[in-house]
Design a protein around this ligand. Structure first.
Ligand code: GLN
Length: 208
């Protein structure tokens, strides 16, 4: 198998933290892989998997739209390329998002993940918190969830597997090769989520 290239979408948010988490996953898995920041439509052709970082989804989607990167991204994701969206990244992947205070946020979304997102579902900046979560697929040990002005999934389509809940809300999902988390696994100092994603990328590459 030729070397795997993982991209981290580089418009805004915790890009460096995700690059570091992917590097840690690569090292721990002893995978023949590299990670690089990607932004432009032509970059999307050179990767085997993509991480969408947390940050501010309206900024990320506006910048991606200005660079005309959304159709290229969407094409790869629709073709089955594995993608991990953390927090704002999960919002970017969703088909619709709203905020209880401001209503429909009307932002440009990739739309391949069949979920509706409630933005800022746990409150605003002051309500950021950490919690130990059960997450299916990454082992029995609890995962430290870092929630920063986090969204939640308010509706999930029939092909969407709920992999974690917290406080009665859906906080992580999987649909085919797409994983979305409301929290920030790249800030947990625990590479299990990124390792699971890397494994999906390896399987995807093998199948092509
Ligand atoms: N509240 C942010 C948004 O709606 C997401 C926060 C985050 O990524 N930590 O884009």
């Amino acid at each position: 198998m030729s070397k795997i290239t993982i991209g981290v979408l580089g418009f805004q948010g915790d890009i460096e933290e995700n690059i570091a988490a992917v590097k840690q996953a690569i090292e721990q898995s002893k995978a023949d892989a590299t990670v690089q920041m990607v932004k432009y439509p032509q970059d999307m052709e050179k990767i085997d998997g993509l991480v969408l970082p947390g940050g501010e989804s309206t900024v990320q989607s506006s910048l991606a739209a200005i660079q005309q990167s959304i159709p290229a991204l969407k094409k790869r994701i629709s073709d089955g390329m594995p993608v991990l969206g953390t927090c704002a990244g999960m919002i970017m992947l969703s088909k619709r998002s709203f905020d209880r205070v401001v209503g429909d946020t009307g932002q440009k979304l990739i739309g391949d993940l069949d979920i509706v997102i409630e933005r800022n579902a746990f409150g605003r900046q002051n309500d950021s918190f950490e919690a130990d979560l059960e997450v299916s697929g990454i082992g029995k040990e609890k995962f430290r969830g870092v929630f920063i002005r986090a969204p939640a999934v308010s509706e999930a389509g029939k092909d969407v597997e709920v992999i974690s809940r917290y406080g009665g809300k859906i906080v992580a999902v999987k649909q085919g090769n797409i994983i979305g988390t409301a929290f920030h696994p790249e800030l947990a100092g625990d590479a299990r989520m990124h390792k699971q994603f890397l494994k999906m990328v390896q399987d995807y590459k093998k199948s092509r």
